[in-house]
Every structure is written in C-alpha cells, then in structure tokens.
Design a protein around this ligand. Structure first.
Ligand SMILES: C[S@@+](CC[C@H](N)C(=O)[O-])C[C@H]1O[C@@H](n2cnc3c(N)ncnc32)[C@H](O)[C@@H]1O
Length: 176
C-alpha cells in the first residue's frame, strides 16, 4: 500500500496515519462528536432484523430501570398519591407498575390508566409528523381490562376517554 493513502471501507481515501477526527473530517466533512449526550439518536436498523430487536429491548430495559427508580423513590420518600399513566395501549406498563408497587411495599396505591381505547386522536397539522395516524395504537377496553387482570386487581382503574375530556373531569381533577 502506498505510504500516504489507502481506501476506507466506505471507498474514500483515508490518510494512513489519520487520527479519528481527521478521518471523520475526510469521510464526512466534519469531526463526529464523541460526546453523544447532545446527539439525536435514530434507529438505522431495519425492523425485521435482530439488530432492531436488540435496540428495542435495550431501550425497554433503560425505560424499565427509570420507572423502577421512580417507584422506589416514591416508596422510600413516602411520596403520597396515585400512579398514573396517560396512554396505556395494551396495558403492559400498567402491569409492570402493579408489580413494581407490590415489590416496593406501596401496594395500597391506585394505578390509573387514562386512554381513549380508540387509539391516537387526530394528529395536529403543525406539531405532529406524518408518521402519526388517527386511530393508531387502538386497543379495545375489554381486551386491556383482561390484559391487566382488572377484575382481580381493583386498585387498577382504567379511565376511558380522550384526554381533552377525561383530564378536565373526575377522577383526574381530584388527583394531587
Ligand atoms: C403509543 S401508545 C402508549 C404506549 C404506552 N404508554 C407504552 O409505553 O407502552 C399511545 C396510547 O395513547 C392513547 N392515546 C393517544 N392519544 C390519546 C388522547 N388524545 N386521549 C386519550 N388516549 C390517547 C392511545 O389510545 C394509545 O393507547
């Protein structure tokens, strides 16, 4: 190989001894940030691949740890009140909240799930992207009640209605 140049895997010439930053500048026209705290993440993996599946589960694990930390904080600091989820889809998080509150010793708390049970409301023309469609994520109330075993677990309360109606009426208005 000639001393000063070789081809990168992307096919661009890269100087033999280029630093990471120099190589990034040559390939992409800018130094890529290594501090990802301000970077926006996009999934580049096709949804039918195991890579996508792994990303999904990794993010879910982080979400799980975050909610667990919140529940533990509520318990350890004796923060009063109900736990509420706005938009519950099939009820997976309601189930996790139920189990987390049991384990954290706050099994006396109400768990409220607000949902239209008709999916998303009409997307906003200015603020929502075209990805979102009216009716997306619809799950029938009877199905969700069965999923969360509502009959056997009365501290779970599912509140039906679009937020524009349900959040200006009881029981939402009575929450602290
Ligand atoms: C993406 S899913 C929620 C997912 C769930 N929070 C989770 O993390 O798995 C969105 C849910 O919000 C509900 N929803 C969306 N817009 C709503 C609105 N304006 N009023 C009531 N429910 C709404 C939908 O019916 C759907 O169940």
């Amino acid at each position: 190989m000639r001393a000063e140049q070789r081809r990168s895997t992307a096919g661009f010439p890269v100087k033999e001894k280029a630093t990471y930053e120099e190589a990034a500048r040559q390939l992409f026209g800018e130094a890529l940030t290594r501090d990802l705290r301000n970077a926006k993440f996009h999934s580049i993996y096709k949804s039918d691949t195991s890579w996508f599946e792994r990303c999904y589960h990794a993010l879910l694990a982080v979400e799980h740890d975050y909610i667990q930390a919140l529940v533990d904080g509520i318990a350890s600091q004796s923060i009063p009140g109900s736990l509420v989820e706005f938009g519950i889809f099939q009820g997976a998080w309601i189930n996790r909240l139920y189990e987390m509150t049991e384990r954290a010793g706050i099994s006396d708390r109400e768990i409220l799930g607000f949902d239209s049970f008709q999916g998303l409301s009409k997307p906003h023309p200015d603020f929502d992207t075209s990805f979102w469609k009216e009716g997306m994520y619809a799950a029938p109330k009877a199905q969700v009640e069965a999923n969360v075993n509502a009959e056997q677990r009365p501290r779970i309360k599912l509140v039906e209605g679009f937020f524009s109606d349900s959040l200006v009426a009881a029981p939402a208005t009575g929450l602290g």
